[in-house]
Write a protein that binds this ligand. Structure first.
Ligand SMILES: [Zn+2]
Length: 218
C-alpha cells in the first residue's frame, strides 16, 4: 500500500524546510517544524487537500518553532516534542497541546506510522521522524553536513553517537530530508550520504570532534 504523503516546502529567511507528512488516502497529515509563515502553511495544506492533525517538532530552535503558537490559535492539535527538548527549552506555548515523547514512540496519521527517533547532539532533544524509508532529519543531518554542536545544549560526543550508532545503521535505501536547504540537492539517499557526507566518515570520536569542533579539547 503506497499511501505515504510527503511534501517539502522551503519557507522563511533561513532556508528552512517545513514538511507536511501523512496519509495520501485519508488526507490526514502532520506539519513538521511549523515556522515563519503559518498562513502559507495553512494555504498549502488547503491547496493539497490535506487536513493537519498534528505538529511534530524536530527540535526547539526558533527557526523551527516560531510558528507553533500561531498555529495553535487556528488549530487545536497535539504538538509532539521530545521530552529532553521540552525540559531544556521550557516553552511557554500550548501547555494543553504539547505532548512530550520518547525515542521509539509512534504517531499515526491515517494508516501511516511515524517513528520518533531521539537524535541528540545539535540539541539535547533533537528527534528525527522515520516514515517507511523517509527520514525527516531536522538539524541532525543535512545533505553533506550535520548540525552545529556549539550552541547551548549542543554536544559533539552525542552527535558522534547519533551518527555512528543510529544514522549509520539505518537502511541504505532511506531518503534523508533535511531541516535546511543548505546543499545543491533537497534530499538524498542515506547510501549516498554515507559515502559523501564529511561527518559520516569517522569511526573514532576524537577525529569527529576535530572535524566538527576544531580546537575543542575534552
Ligand atoms: Zn537548529
Amino acid at each position: 500500500m503506497n499511501n505515504l504523503y510527503l511534501k517539502q516546502m522551503e519557507i522563511g529567511p533561513m532556508e528552512n524546510f517545513i514538511y507536511l507528512i501523512g496519509d495520501s488516502q485519508t488526507k490526514e497529515v502532520a506539519v513538521i517544524d511549523p515556522a515563519w509563515d503559518v498562513p502559507l502553511i495553512l494555504k498549502e495544506a488547503k491547496k493539497e487537500n490535506v487536513i493537519i492533525r498534528a505538529a511534530l517538532v524536530t527540535h526547539g530552535h526558533f527557526d523551527h518553532t516560531n510558528g507553533v503558537e500561531e498555529l495553535l490559535k487556528t488549530l487545536d492539535i497535539p504538538v509532539y516534542i521530545n521530552k529532553h527538548e521540552a525540559d531544556f527549552f521550557k516553552f511557554k506555548w500550548g501547555k494543553e497541546n504539547v505532548r512530550t515523547v520518547n525515542s521509539g514512540d509512534v504517531v499515526k496519521l491515517g494508516d501511516v506510522e511515524v517513528q520518533l527517533i531521539h537524535t541528540p547532539g545539535h540539541t539535547p532533544g533533537s528527534q528525527c521522524f522515520l516514515l517507511k524509508n523517509n527520514l525527516v532529519a531536522g538539524d541532525t543531518l543535512f545533505i553533506n553536513g550535520c548540525g552545529r554542536c556549539d550552541l547551548p545544549g549542543g554536544n559533539v560526543e552525542q552527535m558522534f553517537d547519533t551518527i555512528t550508532n543510529k544514522l549509520m545503521k539505518m537502511d541504505n535505501k532511506t531518503i534523508v530530508f533535511p531541516g535546511h536547504n543548505y546543499a545543491d540537492k533537497k534530499h538524498d539517499t542515506l547510501e549516498n550520504q554515507k559515502k559523501t557526507n564529511p561527518y559520516m566518515q569517522y569511526d573514532n570520536l576524537m577525529a569527529f570532534v576535530g572535524k566538527r569542533l576544531p580546537g575543542y579539547r575534552t
